[in-house]
Design a protein around this ligand. Structure first.
Ligand SMILES: Nc1nc2c(ncn2[C@@H]2O[C@H](COP(=O)(O)OP(=O)(O)OP(=O)(O)O)[C@@H](O)[C@H]2O)c(=O)[nH]1
Ligand SMILES: [Mg+2]
Length: 254
């Protein structure tokens, strides 16, 4: 059992004003209910093993689409492998293999059989096993992407499993989502707001989302927010550049 491995301290944010109601308009106007806890900067990247980057977020927000896009950009540049999590299937790993974005031997599926957040935060054994198996079988890797099963705004990774975490939300749920907060929105190392192409269809204002997300995240330059439309790969290169910047040194050629 791996219980609560967070080596950077608490990941969860704190209610700033427990008695207050959420702002009906914007976090920027009322102040965020969630704040990044102080003293939890990303640790230095590991030099003796691959950097592990978690990709989490609500169901259907575009996590697999992001992993696929990152594979397309990065597979020729770094030694890369992927672990996917699904509750009852290997759907996401099957999708990535079928899409041909990465050599199938570099893709592992974890069938959690339980709430996704349990397997990435509370008992990370199955995911650690998958990561370590990949490293043992493929030799030295630069980067391992670990996609969580789709969960909700409270799901975050244990830093005992990953070194950086990307949280993916989308605009389809409306422009209120960033100001609803939660540890993924507030404290992830990178927040990706996907499906910008759907904004006009659902009446989502991207500027409101950007402003509220920045307010939730404490306007921290080391925790950026990037917008993507993964239908057309728009913004994927920016996410890939952010991932590359997390590596400890110029990545080794494959
Ligand atoms: N319009 C639009 N659709 C997108 C975009 N990104 C992903 N999708 C679609 O949204 C659906 C869900 O995308 P996935 O990448 O499977 O989402 P996910 O977060 O991995 O889903 P789960 O793993 O099931 O939680 C798919 O049908 C994608 O084709 C986008 O930027 N725009
Ligand atoms: Mg997925």
């Amino acid at each position: 059992m791996h219980l609560d491995h967070d080596r950077r301290g608490a990941v969860g944010g704190s209610l700033v004003d427990g008695a207050g109601l959420p702002s009906p308009s914007s976090a920027a106007e009322s102040g965020p209910r969630w704040q990044s806890p102080p003293g939890t900067p990303a640790g230095p990247p590991p030099t003796d093993r691959a950097l592990r980057v978690g990709v989490g977020g609500p169901v259907g927000s575009g996590k697999t689409a992001l992993v696929a896009a990152l594979c397309r950009v990065l597979a020729g540049r770094v030694r890369l492998a992927v672990v996917t999590n699904d509750i009852y299937t290997t759907e996401d790993a099957d999708f990535l293999r079928a899409a041909g974005v990465l050599d199938p031997v570099r893709i592992r599926a974890v069938e959690t059989g339980c709430c996704p957040h349990t397997a990435i935060r509370d008992d990370i054994t199955a995911n650690l096993d998958a990561v370590e198996d990949l490293e043992a079988e493929l030799g030295r890797l630069d980067l391992i992407l670990v996609e969580s099963g789709g969960d909700n705004l409270t799901a975050t990774f244990s830093y005992g499993l990953i070194d950086r975490q990307i949280f993916v939300i989308d605009v389809a749920g409306g422009d209120k989502v960033p100001r609803k907060g939660g540890p993924g929105v507030a404290n992830s190392d990178l927040l990706v707001i996907n499906k910008t192409d759907l904004a006009p269809l659902v009446g989502a204002d991207l500027e409101v989302m950007a402003r509220d997300a920045a307010a939730m995240r404490g306007e921290r330059a080391d925790r950026p927010v990037l917008f993507t439309n993964l239908r057309s790969d728009t913004g994927a290169a920016d996410v890939a550049d952010w991932v590359l910047a997390q590596l400890p040194s110029p990545a080794h050629p494959r």
